[in-house]
Write a protein that binds this ligand. Structure first.
Ligand SMILES: [Zn+2]
Length: 276
């Protein structure tokens, strides 16, 4: 059974506040990444296409990879889209539905609270260009620190808002900060999504839970050769279960903090830097 690399990008642009720098890849760096992915013979598919393949029981073709982008920031259209189109690559963009046409308010701790988000017209144009639009909650909140009712609204409403705005079905989801508990995975499944991505910095495979797909975090310090090494191993684990205990401990600690009050800014920043 072969591993399925699912790449996770955030911003593709030239400038940002220094605390956000790790999450910004320049268009030239992104083009170099995609060129080497093409040279190695990979053919990217969308998360929706992966879900259909996996659900039909068909084998996922060799050299399949996925290119995903979290958040729905406006720099995608100029920074990433032309490079993807030139190579004939499809991709999935997970959008914070409550901030379409506004700014990345949740990024204020990283100095990018004013970073522009894509608007509805741009999102429709991206869909028409072959980019899958998936959901990433309404307000980019940490789902597993919310009440079940609130988490359900974030997950369901983001699907419906995007479907209304795009006039098309939205079938895939990405957990903000990658946090996917058993409860949130179930809510996502019950909301009618076909698949969901977490972070985890690992390779996916054909046996991995479709509602907890592992992704490789691609940051600005990763050179093209490093990227291929991450995609082809052996550096990264495949659909790991071994980090589960650590993740559960970490989540429990965060829940306690969230109960006391909202996370202090330094902690939010640490969380953002570590996992999303
Ligand atoms: Zn995000």
């Amino acid at each position: 059974m072969s591993a399925i690399p699912i790449l996770l990008y955030h911003s593709v642009g030239e400038e940002c506040a220094s605390p956000y720098r790790r999450w910004l890849v320049s268009p030239r760096e992104f083009a170099a990444h995609m060129d080497v992915v093409a040279e190695r013979g990979y053919r990217p598919i969308t998360v929706h296409e992966l879900a259909l393949l996996r659900r039909s029981g068909q084998p996922v073709p060799e050299r399949t990879c996925l290119v995903t982008f979290d958040d729905g920031l406006q720099d995608f259209t100029q920074g990433a889209l032309p490079i993807l189109v030139a190579l004939g690559f499809s991709a999935t963009l997970f959008v914070v539905s409550g901030l379409v046409g506004e700014t990345g308010r949740w990024l204020s701790g990283l100095g990018e609270g004013e970073r522009p988000m894509l608007d509805w017209q741009e999102l429709r144009a991206l869909h028409d260009a072959g980019i899958e639009i998936g959901a990433h909650t309404v307000g980019h909140l940490e789902l597993d620190t919310l009440s079940r009712a609130r988490a359900t609204r974030e997950i369901r409403d983001s699907k419906h808002m995007l479907e209304d705005g795009l006039d098309r079905p939205v079938t895939t989801f990405a957990y903000p900060y990658g946090y996917a508990s058993r409860v949130t995975r179930r809510i996502v499944e019950d909301a009618g999504y076909l698949a969901a991505c977490r972070v985890r910095h690992a390779l996916s495979d054909e046996a991995e839970n479709l509602f907890a797909l592992s992704r490789i975090i691609v940051t600005s310090d990763i050179l093209p050769d490093d990227l291929i090494e991450l995609m082809e191993g052996p550096e990264l684990p495949v659909a790991p279960a071994t980090d589960r205990i650590v993740a559960i401990g970490w989540r429990a600690a965060r829940r306690v903090k969230a109960l006391r009050r909202t996370l202090p800014r330094s902690r939010q920043q640490a969380v953002a830097e570590e996992v999303d």
